[in-house]
Design a protein around this ligand. Structure first.
Ligand code: F0G
Length: 362
């Protein structure tokens, strides 16, 4: 037996360092990073089989980023740019994940962070994160869309940097997920499926895939399948939703800021956007956990619910294809929904008779 430790080759330095030449933000300051990115692309054969099989399915598990969602990819870029621009404070509106991510990266950068969240509509793990990282959390009696309107104005009236995905640096960071998928697969997938809320992520993925394709890194580009919650589906409906409502609180958005870019991405990729009901989202959420052991938050399962719906209704044909489904946030973000949907644990006395009864062994 060798007594030498095995060195892990080339430690990961975060998405900006890894894709430096492709990230169009400042190079004037070192990246504000928590070593985000490099998330696993997990094969999901059992899930593919339950959906009818005949295609290869992979899960891009973005819940394994430092604050538990894909937002960290964009936030490393936005916060680095903010530091280079001399910002002292940052602000965002959020359904929760952006708030937690902004709070963490602001802490890392030594900046003040203010987040606006919709009162009563943010999952516990996200609020816990934002508060713990030391952000000033302001809860508004309104929607995410109200919050976004307010922070846009605040950034114009006060010296505070806006770090929502209308900030172009955010998309520069988030497009690295497309690069990683191609780098791991050795090419682009046939389809990329993901939930759509404010529409920054679908726009960022498309930027990334287009860039790799234009530079000849990959030979093809995927078709995009976006999924919105039925109660918050402005892009599907073609009009703003005044009072969005869904169990998938992360995507409870009625007027996406990146609507136009998302529509262009869907058109250019010959993609499709669909609406999925809360029951379909929750079914997919439980299925991915129970068939593959991958725990994501409810909103994250919307893309998967979209695949299931498309296959069921016959407008999606995946036979022989390689499909990537993006799971945008970790299941632990929303413990209340997880527990509410599950059978409560049985409570027993601390003795073997009681235990054996539970095991149904007589
Ligand atoms: N999935 C999760 C877990 C999210 O938190 C979000 C967005 C999305 C999907 C949709 O991504 O907005 O780029 O289309 N969350 C934002 C937030 C709005 O404030 O955390 P999108």
């Amino acid at each position: 037996m060798s007594s030498q430790p095995t060195r892990i080759p080339a430690a990961w330095q975060g998405v900006i360092a890894h894709y430096r030449k492709r990230i169009q933000i400042t190079t004037a300051v070192p990246p504000v990073t928590l070593l985000e990115g490099n998330t696993p692309l997990i094969p999901a054969p059992a899930l593919a089989k339950s959906l009818g099989g005949e295609f290869e399915l992979y899960l891009k598990y973005e819940g394994l980023n430092p604050t538990g969602s894909f937002k960290d990819r964009g936030m490393t870029a936005a916060m680095t740019q903010a530091v280079a621009d001399g910002a002292r404070a940052v602000i965002c509106a959020s359904t929760g994940n952006t708030a937690a991510s902004a709070a963490a990266y602001a802490a890392r950068a030594g900046l003040k962070c203010v987040v606006l969240v919709p009162e009563g509509k943010i999952a516990a793990g996200k609020l816990a994160g934002a508060l713990s990282y030391g952000a000033q959390v302001i809860s508004i009696n309104g929607s995410f869309d109200d919050g976004l309107r307010m922070v846009r104005e605040a950034a114009q009236q006060a010296p505070i940097a806006l770090v929502n995905s209308i900030n172009p640096a955010r998309l520069q960071g988030q497009k690295t997920a497309a690069f990683e998928i191609c780098d791991v697969l050795g090419g682009a997938p046939d389809w990329l499926c993901l939930p759509v809320g404010n529409a920054g992520n679908i726009s960022a993925y498309w930027l990334g895939f287009k860039e790799y394709h234009a530079d000849g890194v990959v030979a093809s580009r995927p078709r995009l399948l976006g999924a919105q919650a039925a109660g918050a589906a402005p892009i599907v409906l073609g009009h703003v939703v005044e009072h969005p409502e869904t169990v998938a609180t992360a995507i409870r958005i009625g007027n996406p800021a990146r609507w136009h870019e998302a529509a262009t991405a869907l058109e250019e990729s010959d993609g499709h956007i669909c609406a999925v009901g809360d029951d379909e989202i929750l079914a997919a959420y439980r299925q991915v956990a129970q068939l593959e052991g991958v725990f994501c938050e409810p909103s994250s399962a919307a893309g998967l619910a979209g695949i299931a719906k498309g296959l069921r209704e016959g407008w999606l044909d995946l036979r022989g294809m390689r499909v990537v489904c993006v799971l945008t946030g970790h299941g632990l973000k929303d413990p209340d929904t997880a527990i509410r949907l599950s059978v409560a644990p049985s409570i027993i006395e601390p003795n073997m008779v009681a235990l054996m009864k539970q095991l149904k062994i007589t």
